[in-house]
Design a protein around this ligand. Structure first.
Ligand code: THU
Length: 139
């Protein structure tokens, strides 16, 4: 990914913060998921009064894409913070890392964590989910 693409991913993830539905935690998360065909799928976190049905921003983006027949991905950008203020990286939770493991090559899938267009770091899925269990383990 070149710098322009990375910046577009960050911008797109930040735009999603306004849709984040967080009446309980106030912690807003936005995601931009880049499919191999070049399309970006967006996501925000969606909370629920019963708490456990809450869906993270990353999974919202993945499930939107997969539900439209897209299952090959290159990268995801995740941003988040209390009341939508981006002070620290919002790293994907364990459940979201596992969903990434289902569809993505851990050695090549890029996870962009950002607090702004000028402040970001990129990790592979393998770096944030070492020894991950995925579809290949069942072959
Ligand atoms: N959250 C995400 O959207 N993604 C993550 O990877 C971590 C947590 C959301 C869920 C909940 O709405 C809020 O952040 C606080 O946990």
């Amino acid at each position: 990914m070149d710098k322009n693409q990375i910046e577009k991913m960050i911008e797109t993830a930040i735009e999603q913060l306004r849709f984040s539905y967080t009446p309980y935690s106030g912690f807003k998360v936005g995601a931009a998921l880049l499919a191999k065909d070049g399309k970006i799928y967006t996501g925000c976190n969606i909370e629920n009064a019963a708490y456990t049905p809450t869906n993270c921003a990353e999974r919202t983006a993945f499930f939107k894409a997969v539900s439209e027949g897209v299952t090959e991905f290159e990268a995801i950008c995740v941003v988040g913070g209390k009341d939508g203020v981006l002070t620290e990286y919002a790293a994907p939770c364990g459940v979201c890392r596992q969903v990434m493991m289902e569809f993505c090559n851990p050695k090549t899938f890029q996870v962009i964590l950002a607090t702004g267009k000028e402040q970001y770091d990129i990790y592979t899925l393998e770096e944030i989910l070492p020894l991950g269990f995925g579809p290949a383990n069942l072959c």
